[in-house]
Design a protein around this ligand. Structure first.
Ligand code: GAP
Length: 494
């Protein structure tokens, strides 16, 4: 029942995102493109505001973190050194009859859930645990032939065509290739490698001292074979990554520090503390990581990874030293003749996943006192695509002129909307649906007292404010400053 409700909500969310100009399917006029999406007029504003919030939290608050914008295409040796050519694989199984491709882990887990919940002859708890622990062990040992045997033993069939005609489990590299005459190039699957390959440039040009970080926001590409769940898993997406270079002996200190700081950063969004889980990776670490944990978020389809925090130790710089034959080292503070490769703590957040987290937990259907329903997007005001809307109550008596003047005076400082096309009730509803925190209505009292009606999105409460105070009200209610001050206090003692 709950699943069904979540499913309905998710469809409603996807439809709301499209109807109100947040997210569109890519190339829709040609039938769309699997796992690729475009951000519409309000989606791009929300995305830019999230980026600004992350960027300032990283680079402005932390004096020792600088930014970078490296290219998507890099020398192919980058991907040899990083291990992505050999190890960035997804292990999948095909059904020879339906020609459909599946993730074997998911196939087995879904089978177990089905046998436990829906099947008339229910599977016992001990049997379930036995299967899951064997699956876990096989994954730990990379024993895919045993997972294949397990699929046979359990008689798992293709959920679409019912056939048990499976191939072996095979690795599929997740990088997109770009064919070149002189050899293949790859679209980057993580932005981090642009940071590692610019480590020397940044260190030298900025005289950076350990510990220091390099932050980057940019597109990444992965050939996700099984891409579902809207913008959660895409083939083209954006990452907000920060690599923090440290003394090797301080690995655990900084790993714990960044786990704490990143979780706090998310909690400041006020989406509901119960929606977050910090999950340490006991197995299935990425090939470059020696320790790792995920900040998981409760999306409409359950708890899933939103951000990864890893210790990559010297995995990347060491391999880039080997492949590039350049020294990627730091001289010791005490003995300048000695040098070492710094360790790296990485924080890696998917911008689109954060967008989905914010969008899904902000979208509400509310019952009003008069029995009507309103759809409202209670986005944190400092991230809202539009900060305020300005309306004249009627299109006469000089009210549109005053409203337009207020709009023109303030539009340089804030992203605003001026609208006069509909009745005031309809104008409010539309702004609720796109998450505008404040609306200012110019009415006949404005002519007498120079005051306007200010309406809050979340409470729908209204009060009168002087025209001269509108700017201050928008700043107080929707500015990033207060939250950055709070975050700055939390991370002051680095
Ligand atoms: N540099 C480390 C790295 O890339 P990851 O766990 O593979 O680590 C980091 O990815 C984050 O990027 C994830 O937590 C997720 O938010 C986002 N991400 C990864 N694959 C994605 C995809 N196919 N679509 C959308 N976001 C994705």
């Amino acid at each position: 029942m709950k699943e069904k409700k979540n499913g309905h909500f998710f469809h409603f969310l996807i439809s709301h995102a499209k109807t109100y100009g947040f997210v569109f399917p890519s190339s829709e006029i040609y039938g769309g493109l699997n796992a690729v999406y475009d951000y519409g007029q309000y989606g791009v504003e929300l995305k830019n505001n999230i980026k600004e919030y992350w960027w300032k939290s990283m680079t402005q608050i932390h004096e020792n973190i600088v930014g970078l914008d490296s290219s998507v295409l890099m020398h192919s040796n980058v991907w040899k050194a990083s291990g992505h050519i050999d190890k960035f694989n997804e292990f999948l199984i095909d059904n020879k009859d339906s020609k459909k491709r599946y993730n074997p882990e998911k196939l087995i887990k879904e089978y177990v859930t089905f046998m436990q919940k829906k099947c008339s002859k229910k599977m016992s708890h001990s049997k379930k645990n036995e299967i899951l622990s064997r699956l876990d062990q096989s994954f730990k040992k990379n024993d895919f032939s045993d997972i294949r045997v397990l699929i046979d033993e359990l008689n798992i069939y293709d959920p679409i065509c019912g056939s048990k005609n499976w191939t072996n489990i095979r690795p599929f590299n997740m990088m997109f290739k770009v064919k070149e005459e002189k050899g293949d190039l790859f679209l980057r699957p993580e932005t981090a490698q642009g940071i590692f390959s610019n480590f020397l440039n940044i260190k030298k040009s900025n005289r950076m001292k350990i510990p220091f970080g390099i932050a980057q926001i940019g597109k990444s590409f992965r050939n996700e074979m099984i891409a579902r769940q809207f913008i959660f898993r895409m083939r083209e997406f954006e990452q907000m990554e920060m690599q923090f270079f440290i003394l090797p002996k301080e690995e655990m200190k900084w790993y714990e520090y960044w786990k704490k700081i990143r979780l706090k950063w998310h909690l400041e969004l006020n989406l509901g503390n119960e929606k977050y889980k910090l999950r340490d990776h006991e197995n299935k670490l990425a090939h470059y990581a020696s320790i790792g944990s995920d900040i998981e978020f409760h999306f409409p389809f359950g708890f899933r990874e939103m951000e990864g925090i890893h210790s990559r130790r010297d995995f990347d710089l060491k391999n880039h030293e080997i492949f590039s034959k350049k020294k990627l080292r730091i001289f010791c503070e005490k003995n300048k003749l000695e040098s070492y490769i710094p360790y790296v703590i990485e924080t890696s957040l998917g911008l689109d996943r954060l967008f989905l987290a914010i969008f899904s937990s902000s979208l509400k259907k509310e019952k009003l006192k008069n029995g009507n329903q309103r759809i409202v997007l209670k986005i944190p005001p400092y991230l809202s695509p539009i900060k305020a809307a300005i309306f004249p109550l009627v299109q006469k008596d000089g009210l549109p002129e005053i409203a337009k003047k207020i709009f023109n005076d303030l539009k340089i400082d804030y992203r605003l909307i001026y609208d006069q096309k509909k009745s005031i009730g309809k104008l409010y509803r539309r702004q609720d649906a796109i998450g505008t925190p404040l609306c200012f209505t110019i009415d006949h009292d404005t002519l007498k007292s120079n005051t306007v009606t200010m309406r809050y999105r979340d409470t729908m409460l209204q009060k009168r404010v002087h025209i001269n105070n509108i700017s201050k009200m928008i700043e107080n209610e929707t500015g990033l400053k207060n939250i950055l001050i709070k975050l700055s206090k939390q991370s002051i003692n680095q």
